[in-house]
Design a protein around this ligand. Structure first.
Ligand code: SAM
Ligand code: SF4
Length: 337
């Protein structure tokens, strides 16, 4: 139930940042096991601890009533959650009342099946994660994924009318040589490409320092080959954008390690168990699930002020071989990136 007639009491934190963006991890489960994201043997949450789709909708609605304009569904893999389209449809209805954008981040494996319904329910653009277009490398990075299925999913999304942005985690020695061809391929298909620095989150089976590729180095290399100009695009996200003269496309850079983006942070993250994390790189959180189950949406509304009040100034991710690893213990799939 939403309260669209109540006046909006905006969510503004101690540092004057206006929280207008909620990312929702609808499941911690996934049909892939990307090496930088998960260990091969992950244990997942029991169902009783996971919010129902109705509970997610209720919490999202309270956020929209408090001025959140953008929702992103993520995971785990959001499109493997059973009946996920019913949630997309219900949230899509809020695009008429308060919500300005509903979007999702996906690994693309289920897009052939779901892309038309996503578009029909008001999703206009999505992010698809793709780190390589080499089938063997793709199988190695995702462990369980099949490249042809994801490429077909991307085509299905474009055919359905969705705008697609490709997210590529830059992995030293793995896909650095593919950055240029990936960019040319994406731009030729009318898709933006965003490169992401690997972040030290959760225990994985590889050494983070081996994988870490600073994007300032990549940018310097690209600048020798392409005409890069700053693009003023602001999506409310952490990416900086460059326009690439030769391809006419846009290149985003998400650089939590080489360039901290926290001063403009406008987002918070809800996990599948109803924990509201106030920062991707810190442990500060407020649990919304039990208060919702015990006290309904009124209880949630009251908790949001406290939550926004404890939003940390920023993360302190660092990957340095010479220092002890400072890791956020939860995996990226808990908060969905
Ligand atoms: N399964 C979906 C997907 O892969 O797009 C959504 C969830 S996934 C956790 C969201 C994004 O986080 C993906 O683009 C993924 O590549 C990225 N990611 C996962 N672990 C990461 C890490 N340790 N550092 C940087 N990005 C990471
Ligand atoms: Fe799954 Fe996405 Fe994590 Fe890969 S990055 S394991 S697709 S949640």
């Amino acid at each position: 139930m939403s309260k669209t007639n109540s006046p909006i009491r905006p969510l503004i934190d101690r540092f004057g940042r206006h929280v207008e963006y909620l990312r929702i991890s609808v499941t911690d489960r996934c049909d892939f096991r990307c090496t930088y994201c998960m260990s091969e043997n992950m244990s997942f949450l029991p169902k009783s601890q996971v919010l129902s789709l109705e509970e997610i909708e209720q919490i999202a609605s309270v956020f929209i009533d408090r001025g959140v304009k953008k929702l992103r569904l993520t995971g785990g893999e959001p499109l493997v959650r059973r009946d996920i389209m019913t949630l997309v449809e219900r949230l899509g209805d809020r695009l008429q009342s308060g919500l300005e954008e509903l979007t999702l981040t996906t690994n693309g494996s289920q897009l052939r099946r779901h892309a038309p319904a996503l578009f029909q329910h008001g999703v206009k653009r999505i992010n698809v994660s793709l780190d390589t277009r080499d089938p063997a490398k793709f199988a190695a990075i995702t462990r369980w994924g099949k490249l042809s299925q994801v490429l077909d999913g991307i085509d299905a999304a474009l055919e359905a009318g969705l705008r697609v942005k490709i997210n590529m985690v830059a992995i030293r020695g793995e896909n650095d040589h593919e950055i240029v061809p990936m960019m040319e391929w994406a731009h030729q298909k009318g898709m933006d490409l965003t490169l992401i620095e690997t972040m030290p989150m959760g225990a994985v089976d590889i050494e983070r320092a081996d994988q870490y590729l600073p994007l300032n180095q990549v940018q310097e290399r690209l600048a020798k080959q392409f005409t890069l100009t700053e693009d003023p695009l602001k999506t409310g996200g952490p990416a900086r954008y460059l326009r690439v003269g030769e391809t006419g496309g846009r290149l985003g850079l998400i650089t939590p390690l080489t360039h901290n983006f926290c001063e403009g942070c406008n987002r918070v993250r809800l996990t599948a168990t109803g924990d509201l994390y106030l920062c991707l790189g810190q442990d500060d959180k407020v649990s919304l699930r039990d208060p919702l189950r015990e006290g309904g949406i009124e209880a949630i509304d009251g908790l949001l002020d406290h939550a926004i009040d404890i939003k940390p100034k920023g993360h302190d991710f660092e990957i340095d071989r010479k220092k002890p690893q400072r890791n956020v213990r939860r995996h990226m799939s808990v908060t969905g990136g």
